[in-house]
Write a protein that binds this ligand. Structure first.
Ligand code: SF4
Length: 442
């Protein structure tokens, strides 16, 4: 594999200049990538972790040793292949997730970014996020990631209580997390996100809210709240099954979520998505692409993508899933240029279901214009306007349908899971009743 050329090295330099210029600027409104266009977001999966957290069922591996040079070559090769297949002309965000991508070397991050910049247009102000675990991200490493082109950090803080962190099997303490957060803010001001878990076994509302308050005194402009889910096959699941730990109480978790979002709103954060809160316009561009059903490419073991393979003559959006296990994935990449294990063509209705379910996760919801990009025949009014069940949700002020489009109210966003089955079944009904059309959606 050729090393990155001068043009690409220029991208990292130019991106660093752009980053310094942007430091005090507001990220602005919400980007809206056009579906089916030649734009995409790019996700890169780093599959390795130091240790298995007790609640985690992600695609991650605890290696004895990593051949990072080989992994780097494969990530670069697969990114190049998928960019070619997709015919994408512009990448608007890159997200290094995992696993623990802060365990990768900054050189690997730079090599992927350089390859992307060589293959397509990667604007110097593109959002480039790295997920970081406090113990693998001391200040010097964070500075090296910044020099490699990263301009946004997402820190897996999870809790500010040492006993909880231990229960979760995390490798860091609360003070490690706060130190990393302070260093991250110094290096990436306005561009640091933190994750906080809620609904742990035996966790109570009051102490959790105090953690959130403490976090608000220390955090930057982006916070994500995630409810712990007990996943079969994890150590935590087994402990609960065996009675060593109480099962998480869903009512307490709902209470934490409700109170947490109110506290964040009070502190000036906009809840722009079910689990995500930002102030000063610090929304995640990358995740916004997912919620808007924009195109994205998934590079790395087990990564998922959704795009039209226009570069290979395709006209239909496909879901692509890469081979899970890193060694097998690497073999496939070396043989075929990519490790795609499954390709699934998405039907028109399937795509619309995604547009609905993903779009309603955001506070903006589905605008009429956005919906029309995917569906030319049925308007939002056609689908939802005459439904008695939807009318009840509108009357309960959980949902709004107006000149802007369809969206959840503040109350509705918190119970979206209970609204979606009604809305999806209404969409399916309307779809079956529509006159057949020669115009393909999406
Ligand atoms: S660091 Fe993240 S991906 Fe790795 S085991 Fe823990 S939760 Fe899972």
């Amino acid at each position: 594999m050729a090393l990155p050329g001068a043009r690409a090295r220029g991208w990292v330099r130019a991106a660093n200049v752009a980053q310094r210029r942007r430091l005090s600027e507001d990220a602005g409104g919400t980007p809206s990538p056009a579906p089916g266009s030649q734009r995409a977001a790019l996700y890169v999966h780093w599959p390795y972790c130091e240790k298995r957290c007790s609640y985690c069922n992600f695609n991650k591996y605890i290696p004895r040793g990593v051949d990072e040079a080989a992994m780097r070559r494969c990530l670069v090769t697969e990114a190049q292949t998928l960019l070619r297949l997709s015919g994408v002309q512009r990448v608007e965000s890159v997200f290094f997730g995992g696993g623990t991508p802060s365990l990768a070397s900054p050189r690997t991050v730079a090599a992927v970014l350089e390859a992307v910049a060589q293959a397509t247009h990667l604007p110097v102000d593109s959002e480039v996020t790295l997920e970081a675990n406090p113990t693998s991200a001391p200040g010097s490493r964070l500075a090296a990631f910044r020099a490699a082109g990263v301009n946004r950090l997402s820190i897996g803080l999870q809790s500010l209580d040492d006993a909880e962190l231990q229960l979760l099997g995390r490798t860091h303490s609360a003070s490690d997390a706060l130190r990393t957060l302070a260093e991250a803010r110094r290096l990436f001001p306005g561009r640091v996100s933190v994750d906080l878990l809620l609904g742990l076994p035996a966790q109570q509302v009051g102490p959790w809210l105090r953690q959130l308050q403490e976090l608000l005194r220390r955090c930057d402009d982006h916070v994500s709240l995630y409810q712990l889910t007990l996943e079969r096959g994890t150590a935590l699941f087994a402990q609960v099954q065996q009675g060593a730990l109480p099962a998480p109480d869903p009512e307490l978790a709902a209470e934490m979520y409700q109170q947490g979002r109110a506290v964040l709103r009070e502190a000036g954060f906009r809840q722009y998505e079910v689990s995500n809160f930002a102030r000063n316009g610090a929304l995640s561009t990358h995740n916004w692409t997912y919620w808007q059903c924009g195109q994205y490419l998934g590079v790395g073991p087990g990564a998922h993508g959704r795009f039209i393979p226009q570069g290979a003559g395709g006209h239909t959006r496909e879901a692509r899933i890469q081979t899970l296990e890193p060694d097998n994935w690497m073999k496939e990449v070396m043989l075929f240029g990519h490790g795609t294990r499954r390709r699934i063509r998405l039907g028109e209705l399937e795509l619309l279901e995604e547009v609905l379910a993903m779009g309603l996760r955001t506070d903006v919801g589905l605008t009429h214009q956005h919906w029309q990009q995917f569906e030319h025949q049925l308007t939002l009014w056609d689908v939802f306007g005459a439904s008695e069940e939807v009318k009840v949700l509108l009357e309960q002020c959980l949902l709004l349908l107006d000149h802007r489009g369809l969206r959840c109210s503040w109350e509705g966003l918190a119970v979206l899971d209970s609204l979606l089955p009604i809305l999806l079944s209404r969409l399916q009904e309307a779809w079956q009743q529509r006159p057949s059309s020669p115009v393909p959606g999406g």
